[in-house]
Ligand binder design. Structure first.
Ligand code: WT7
Length: 654
């Protein structure tokens, strides 16, 4: 067992909700939370129907709550019609038109305030521009943008006209972009000349050009936002500047009233095998859980300044930047840059200068900032903060305590939120005015979410602290609907293990004596690097695509800041490199993977051997490789290995 797991096991501190927080909380106290849970347990569908009616604006009310006739392809509120962009913008105009929706801070530090009325106008005009470029309901639009308000405008504009967007993280390479455009069959791409992050320019248009030159036959038009201002080639007939596309477009764009199941977006995520999966989300159910979790978990109130640091390229940037905060009429911060540029206090400076009250980030960022020392955050006034949150991976208790004491001043509850791209919204998380916290635990499932830990037969693990498979036993509104274009993969990945009875999250977990959930990690070959899921298969395919690589295996190793580091074992064509030749090849392969997938997938370490350890049936012995990568003693039986010498090579001893 790793050190981290052990320290989690020893954690016994409990932090009840502070009285001052409970006094003003939306859900105040344990009984209030239990009442919601009871309501959901007594009538699961009635519970979600009540919330859907109360929290969303429906153009056509629904009469069907849950359609399970094609289970596990569940459908929610099927005969209802609504528009997500209307729910996020139009419905606030009467009483909140002048309220700030977005406080934007650029990489260089320039700030911009955008009111709900201004955002509504921008979205309507851009939606009209999309229509003028031939985008229709049901078309797919790929968004490959920097973290700027226009990315949200683009997403909301798609939602308004019923185009299904697929945001590709700006840190992904041309190759990754091409794969996603092609899988989605996108008609139009929205990008920028470049992005600005940490003082560096990210050449988005160049990458988009490269992707389109390599394939992508479905793409007809490319809209380019001028962020950087440097020269980029524009292909006549295909490329159009954002401003030109807007020219002459009015700000009146009535929303399309869409079926609740209309696909709002696809978002690609890594799996253990094959190409990335296009996770398909619906409209009504997705928005409902974005709203309920903004209220329950973030306790969002009218005067809050909410800041979720995630990029719109990830699910967190969808649910808690582009949709959730707007749907509840909140004020939020959007920041283009990085936590440490131009100095290590950038995040805390933003919290101070914009009066952030709710701050939501990833454990990897917390650990990185913790390493810089307490004196940095201590320079800033963080007294407006009232609630902190984390997402993406388990937070180690040391980082939790630092976050709690140094950033939150022992006054702010921390909501550790477990969820996934597939779940659309928080699933297991505390309600800050109701749930006692334990550092390192995401606590308990939200009302209406039937999470459990089961054994290989699907029976609940009743023994405290015993690990098992994390499953969800009942459908929930914001669940993924399918894998785009591959319903079989949807079934095989998420349902097959227990014959369609339970949604299988792919995480292992345990529950303690109080029923609290402790996430133990992924069960498949997926790494969690800085809070992002990377398939080992994908990195391996990228490596073997290099002419010098014959075979490759990739595993993770615990890393202090990133959660997991990527270790690659490589067999080269024509002799095992050593010394300077090995270093040169390593540098080349790291760049190669960055180009094939993106810089986040770069192996931290590459080891060369004449072969990889395999079972008799030819399967790579990954557990063995993991032990080697961690420098642990080998406990596996290696007597069947043809060439034991390669173990020494992989250990770096030969
Ligand atoms: C995987 C989902 C949901 C947005 C961020 C990542 C891990 C997520 C937690 C948490 C422990 C967590 C799980 C999960 N994870 N949140 N609070 N505690 N682990 O989204 O890329 O879809 O990854 O991230 O392993 O399955 P994603």
């Amino acid at each position: 067992m790793s050190e981290e797991l052990e320290s989690v096991l020893n954690e016994s501190r409990i932090f009840p909700p502070p009285a001052a927080f409970v006094d003003k909380a939306r859900i105040a106290g344990w009984e209030a939370l239990q009442a919601l849970r009871e309501e959901a347990r007594a009538d699961h569908q009635g519970f979600w129907a009540r919330l859907a009616q109360e929290k969303l604006h429906w153009h056509t009310p629904f009469s069907v709550i849950l359609d399970d006739s094609r289970a596990p392809h569940y459908a929610w509120f099927t005969d209802g019609r609504l528009n997500v962009s209307y729910n996020c913008l139009d419905r606030h105009l009467a009483d909140k038109g002048g309220k700030t929706a977005i406080i934007f801070e650029s990489d260089e530090g320039a700030t911009r305030h955008i009111s709900y009325a201004e955002l509504h106008e921008a979205v309507c005009r851009f939606a009209n521009a999309l229509k003028a470029q031939g985008v229709e309901k049901g078309d797919r639009v790929v968004i490959y943008m920097p973290m700027i308000p226009e990315a949200v405008v683009a997403m909301q504009a798609c939602a308004r006209i019923g185009a299904t967007h697929s945001v590709v993280f700006g840190g992904f390479s041309a190759q990754a972009l091409k794969d996603r455009i092609e899988d989605a069959g996108a008609k139009l791409v929205i990008t920028a000349d470049a992005g600005h992050r940490g003082g560096k320019r990210v050449e988005l248009k160049a990458a988009a050009d490269q992707a389109l030159a390599a394939g992508c036959p479905t793409v007809e038009k490319v809209i380019v936002y001028r962020r950087s201002g440097h020269d980029v080639p524009m292909q006549p007939g295909r490329d159009i500047w954002w401003d030109q596309a807007l020219a002459g477009q009015g700000d009146d764009c009535p929303p399309e009233w869409l079926e609740a199941e209309h696909p709002l977006f696809l978002l690609y995520t890594s799996g253990s095998t094959g190409k990335p999966k296009g996770i398909q989300h619906a409209s009504g159910g997705y928005l409902l859980n974005a709203v309920t979790t903004m209220e329950w978990v973030f306790d969002i109130q009218d005067d809050d300044v909410f800041w979720c640091t995630a990029d719109v390229g990830w699910i967190t940037g969808h649910s808690y930047v582009a949709y959730g905060p707007l749907a509840v009429g909140a004020t939020q911060v959007i920041f283009e840059g990085t936590p440490t540029h131009p100095h290590g206090g950038r995040f805390w400076e933003i919290c101070q200068n914009h009066g952030v009250t709710i701050f939501y980030t990833a454990p990897t960022a917390i650990r990185a900032l913790m390493k810089l020392g307490d004196e940095i955050p201590e320079r800033y006034d963080l007294s407006k903060l009232r609630l902190l949150g984390t997402v993406g991976e388990p937070i180690n208790p040391e980082a939790w305590m630092w976050y709690y004491e140094v950033i939150g001043g022992r006054r702010c509850p921390i909501v550790d939120t477990w969820w996934q791209t597939e779940t659309g919204a928080h699933m297991i998380a505390p309600l800050p005015g109701a749930t006692p916290l334990k550092p390192g635990s995401c606590t308990l499932p939200l009302p209406g979410i039937e999470a459990d830990v089961v054994d290989a037969e699907g029976n609940p693990v009743t023994e405290a602290d015993k690990g098992g498979f994390l499953v969800i036993k009942k459908p929930w509104p914001s669940m993924l609907r399918t894998v785009w274009g591959d319903p079989q993969r949807y079934y095989d990945t998420y349902w097959k293990q227990f014959d369609g009875r339970y949604y299988v999250a792919g995480d292992s977990a345990r529950r303690d004596q109080d029923g609290y959930f402790w996430i133990m990690g992924r069960v498949d070959d997926v790494l969690n690097v800085s809070g992002h899921r990377l398939g080992t298969m994908e990195i391996e395919s990228a490596l073997v695509a290099h002419p010098r690589v014959a075979e490759a295996a990739v595993v993770g190793r615990p890393h202090e800041v990133k959660g997991e580091a990527i270790v690659a074992f490589v067999v080269t064509r024509g002799g095992r490199p050593s010394g300077e030749a090995a270093d040169a090849l390593t540098a080349e392969l790291r760049e190669w993977v960055a180009k094939e997938i993106g810089p986040i997938a770069k192996p931290d370490e590459i080891r060369y051997a004449e072969g990889l350890p395999k079972t008799r049936s030819g399967k790579i012995m990954r557990r063995l490789l993991r032990a080697i990568a961690r420098g642990e003693a080998i406990t596996q039986d290696i007597s069947t290995l043809e060439n034991e010498e390669i173990i020494k090579q992989l250990q770096g001893e030969a």
